[in-house]
Design a protein around this ligand. Sequence first.
Ligand code: UD1
Length: 354
Amino acid sequence: MKVISLIGARPQYIKEAVLNKAFKEAGVEEIIVNSGQHYDYNMADVFFEKLNIKAPDYNLKVGSGLHGEMTAKIMVGFEKLVMDIKPDVVLVYGDTNTTLAGAIVSTKLKIPLAHVEAGIRMLPKDMPEEINRTLTDRISNYLFCPSELSVVNLKKEGITQGVYFTGDVTYDLFLQSKEHFDYSVYENMKLEENKYILVTLHRDYNVDDNERFEKILKELDKLSKDFRIVFPIHPRSKKRIEQFGYEKYINGIELIEPIDYLSLMGLLQHSKSVITDSGGFQKEAYFSKKPAYLPMPDPAWHELVNYGMNTLCEADNIYEKILDEKDYNYVPNIYGQGDAGEKIVNILGERIDV
Ligand code: UD1
């Protein structure tokens, strides 16, 4: 069996680490194609280095751009590669423009398509990620679901063929790398256990809307009087602060450069709680038994909100919600047993006849 994994953005590099290991252990040839949607060292290369993922075999170097432009550029480059390599299956991950581009190319070339992290549904419907994940699910042959709820979501849309509940590959990675979490940022910043809140925000929904972003920053500013606020800032959000002239709100916030997975996990372990709009980080907070506050209209992981481990917030009531923190009741194993990567490789191995 010959597989291509198409990745291109930070959360996909992380997921690839698990599949790359699982394919290697099964003796399967995996060709890694990086679309290059993310390209800064600390948004891309650092993940390959720190997580021991083999360097991508191809890099399409598409960079940033308008959605249509970026998706189209990936499609043009990826189509040529797929025609050349003739893989038995293409894997796409999550919900980025890279995911959708790979999905369209593969199905049109009649190459079986596998979607890792299928079945997630989240409002608003016109969010780029929701469009990408819904369309990808619609045309995938193998839909690897991270949670039982994602299987139910697909069923509601009439998608039942090729659906597998494997668990979440990010849980595999969390368990596999726990021993290697990097506490150096925590130590260098002289942080103290449970006395700081870790923030990540980058959704266009939150940071491209100047009024909404202003409200969120004001909440962080209020919180900074009671807690240290550590914010590894995504380039998109950093640009918006400059563009909207919001420097006045960030005096109390400790902005740091985006950091690699192991360092982020190290910071997370001793934090009091997190504020985030990142789908992946909401779950990593849960794996770490930390409350997460989500300034979003709808969560990616409804189960975590239903169990009370994640809390939805308005843009202007994050402070209030955090001060009103409830007891944390941890419900284990919502995202499988930490063997999702192995399961995915086995399912593909059994079904793809070569
Ligand atoms: C993308 C994904 C999102 C994912 C996120 C993880 C889509 C639609 N969104 O959002 O689902 O959660 O990646 O980070 O695919 N930029 C840099 N350097 C980089 C990358 C980006 O400066 O290495 C800046 C550019 O100004 C760019 C902006 O960030 O225009 C946004 O990047 P883009 O890839 O479009 O979306 P993300 O917000 O990263």
